[in-house]
Design a protein around this ligand. Structure first.
Ligand code: NIG
Ligand code: FE
Length: 436
């Protein structure tokens, strides 16, 4: 039999499951058949088999394609004014309680058409691909009403159809309480766990169900109500947990057998133990930690000791983490959380795949797994965490198909109305000083 494709003259970083190291294989080759890895090993043991296409990678390093397992990539508008407010001392929670924060993005997203969301999402996705992403998770949660939640999820599906990357969706109806339900929280939770979830599932839009358990968001009881409805439908679960305080989120996620609990800055020992017992992956989001100037770090050492797998993601969103650079997230995981480079890279490959329930299919280089590969011009895989802004990606193979990394695109929302303070001097809005 002839292979579809043979890549040679390269070094492999296999990151095999069940191991803890890089799994480096120097002077190696890798063969692809039907979109999957068919063979890999040292070049000298390459079987004398032919391939339809042969690619000489000239000594580049090949890792599994990166998996960004936690993003809010689809939204409209920007929250740059909140960035300025936080720099003046306002907290994320204060801004949220005053009707800004997530609700500010909800207002903009409700007003945005599907076309607009798709166009902006496409530009953001290009930036992730540019740095090696071949699988991305995208959440809803900026609609908080049935039509807009469905629109977000449909756009996520559309992105997955048109882009070569795989898109995994999470339904995040419990992201914030919309003000129209301020007097009746239970009615909103009922709507989300009932009609909204049902319609989204009926349209085939939901791969996972997520929620935000926090003082400024939803309680354990409210999240449990949704999780029970989701579990009854056999949907995998995940949870935004313990980001701003220890609300017992990690324990709740573990009790429901959630695939992951995310953020976790304030998770205590009981939460870590429960996650270890349930096999729940800890998704670390150093971009949000950094942007909110958080000082409390997730319990990394406890995760290590108790054997909780750690994933790393961008959390790309317009509020707490306007981060469209997975390699920067890897650097932050090392610099801010103390992960070793190999832990960070495993966190965006093999453990991220597990957090999405895709561990058997991707995330490491093994025969039979999907041929999602990133080809890097580096001298050692730790350089993926080391350089900032180096643009080291040379090529992606997605399902075995070579894909030239797209050029970076500006990510500013289109037609953002200029605020007075940002208007160039002398433009309408403020009368220029009169000169004599
Ligand atoms: O993961 N914590 C809740 N959700 C997002 C923030 C969303 C936003 O601020 O718009 C997060 O950090
Ligand atoms: Fe998030």
């Amino acid at each position: 039999m002839i292979w579809d494709r043979l890549l040679r003259n390269l070094h492999l970083v296999t990151l095999s499951e069940g191991e803890t190291g890089w799994g480096m294989l120097r002077d190696a080759a890798i063969a692809v058949q039907d979109g999957q890895i068919a063979w890999l090993g040292p070049a000298e043991r390459l079987p004398g088999r032919q391939a339809r296409h042969v690619l000489d990678l000239q000594g580049a390093w090949v890792t599994p394609g990166l998996i960004d397992c936690h993003t809010h990539l689809l939204f409209a508008g920007s929250r740059v004014e909140e960035f300025e407010q936080r720099l003046e001392g306002a907290s994320y929670a204060e801004i949220a309680r005053a009707g800004g924060g997530i609700m500010a993005t909800v207002r903009a997203t409700r007003a945005a058409s599907a076309e607009r969301l798709l166009e902006e999402g496409r530009d953001r996705l290009r930036n992730l691909m540019r740095e090696g992403v071949t699988t991305v998770e995208i959440k809803s949660g900026y609609g908080l009403e049935t039509e807009t939640e469905l629109r977000m999820l449909r756009v996520a599906r559309e992105l997955g159809r048109e882009a070569p990357v795989s898109v995994i969706t999470s339904f995040l109806g419990l992201h914030a309480l919309p003000p129209e339900f301020a007097a009746d929280r239970a009615a909103y939770v009922d709507l989300v766990a009932g009609e909204m979830l049902e319609r989204a599932v009926a349209e085939g839009l939901v791969d996972m169900v997520d929620a935000f358990l926090e003082g400024i968001a939803f309680t354990r009881e409210e999240v449990s109500r949704l999780f029970e409805a989701a579990r009854a439908r056999g949907l995998p679960l995940r949870l935004h947990a313990d980001q701003l305080e220890d609300g017992g989120g990690a324990e709740l996620a573990a009790r429901f057998g959630a695939l992951s609990a995310d953020h976790l800055e304030y998770t205590g020992e009981a939460g870590v133990r429960a996650m270890a017992e349930a096999g729940t992956v800890a998704v670390l989001l150093p971009g949000a930690f950094y942007m909110l100037r958080e000082t409390r770090r997730p319990p990394i050492e406890r995760f290590r000791r108790m054997g909780v797998a750690m994933a790393v993601a961008t959390d790309a969103n317009p509020g707490s983490s306007p981060l469209l650079s997975p390699l920067t997230a890897l650097n932050m995981a090392c610099m801010l959380f103390g992960l070793r480079p190999v832990e960070a890279v495993r966190g965006m490959t093999v453990h991220a795949a597990r957090a999405l329930g895709l561990g058997a299919d991707r995330g490491s280089l093994e025969v039979g797994k999907r041929a999602d590969l990133a080809v890097w011009r580096i001298g050692h895989p730790a350089e993926l965490c080391y350089w900032l802004g180096a643009d080291p990606l040379e090529l992606l193979l997605i399902g075995g198909e070579p894909t030239v990394p797209p050029a970076r695109r500006p990510v500013l929302p289109r037609a953002l109305p200029l605020r007075p303070s940002l208007r160039p001097a002398g433009r309408p809005g403020r009368r220029p000083p009169r000169s004599r």
